[in-house]
Ligand binder design. Structure first.
Ligand SMILES: C[S@@+](CC[C@H](N)C(=O)[O-])C[C@H]1O[C@@H](n2cnc3c(N)ncnc32)[C@H](O)[C@@H]1O
Length: 268
């Protein structure tokens, strides 16, 4: 992977050296005994993996890790049917058996989909984000309240555009949540998103993404958008479900005429 900032792995002394080296090799970054001087680095503890980032305007570094066993997440996944995303993915009022989350990120949405009963294949193209997600899923698989949900999730640290066609069975629904355009910088959740954006970079590719998922002919494609943004690739959706801060644009590929992708003049 090409990234334009120095990054390293720092391991807590309690981590066995061979495990630390294994993780550094996996991430393809150097293992250092002192992270000073790195604006962004991974920290491996005996319990978890996290990403530490020093941002320009913040005195304190931000820490990014995936934890599906927090009180907040457990509460959210206990009542998945109240969530707008779950309403959006339903087909004839039923939860689909299979969903691909084509833009996995930190896995919050994918976990919710699995909690609602779907089998979820997550694709995440960024190996740093993928490593954080894999670590969160590993710990959730050991927790009595989240293990069953984890059994329904498969993670592919791969680019959807190139690999979605390799699934043995096409999913009923594909979910897309491409990075939103940058906005204000206040809340904690946004800090996580900012760190995500920083390590992800702006790699575009939205048109290719939509084309790739269209090609495998799911029954539904669900796209999360900021409330006031234009639709992805300026392709008008079949219908929309609106929430307070976001909306879900829903495409039913079968309702579009012809076999090819339906956006001749788009600007992505
Ligand atoms: C806004 S985040 C998704 C957040 C996610 N819905 C969640 O609940 O945490 C978008 C993610 O999509 C990933 N992504 C973008 N294009 C991709 C592609 N072509 N294949 C796989 N992952 C992709 C990015 O690396 C980024 O991590």
């Amino acid at each position: 992977m090409v990234y334009n900032f120095p990054i390293a792995l720092f391991a807590d002394p309690a981590v066995a050296p061979h495990l630390a080296q294994q993780m550094a090799d996996l991430l393809n970054i150097p293992l250092v005994s002192d992270p000073q001087g790195y604006q962004v680095y991974f920290k491996l503890t005996p319990d978890h993996l996290e990403l530490i980032a020093f941002e320009k305007d913040n005195k304190k570094p931000s820490s990014l890790r995936v934890d599906f066993t927090t009180f907040k997440n457990l509460h959210r996944v206990k009542n998945p049917h109240k969530e707008l995303l779950i309403r959006a993915i339903k087909i004839r009022k039923k939860i689909p058996a299979t969903v691909v989350d084509a833009t996995g990120g930190l896995g919050r949405d994918a976990f919710l989909l699995a909690a609602a009963g779907c089998r979820v294949d997550i694709f995440e193209r960024n190996c740093f984000i993928g490593a954080l997600l894999a670590d969160g899923l590993r710990r959730a698989a050991l927790h009595p309240q989240t293990a069953r949900v984890c059994n329904r999730i498969r993670l592919h640290i791969q680019n959807t555009v190139r690999h979605i066609g390799e699934l043995s069975t096409p999913p009923e629904v594909v979910y897309l949540d491409p990075m939103f355009p940058e906005r204000d910088k206040s809340a904690k959740v946004k800090q996580n998103l900012r760190t995500l954006r920083y390590i992800e970079g702006d790699q575009g590719e939205e048109q290719e993404l939509l084309a790739a998922v269209w090609t495998i002919k799911p029954r539904k494609i669900v796209v999360k958008r900021p409330l006031k943004s234009p639709p992805l690739c300026e392709l008008p959706p079949t219908y929309t479900i609106k929430g307070k801060a976001v909306r879900f644009d829903i495409y039913i590929p079968a309702s579009f005429a012809g076999d090819s992708t339906p956006w001749p003049n788009t600007r992505c």
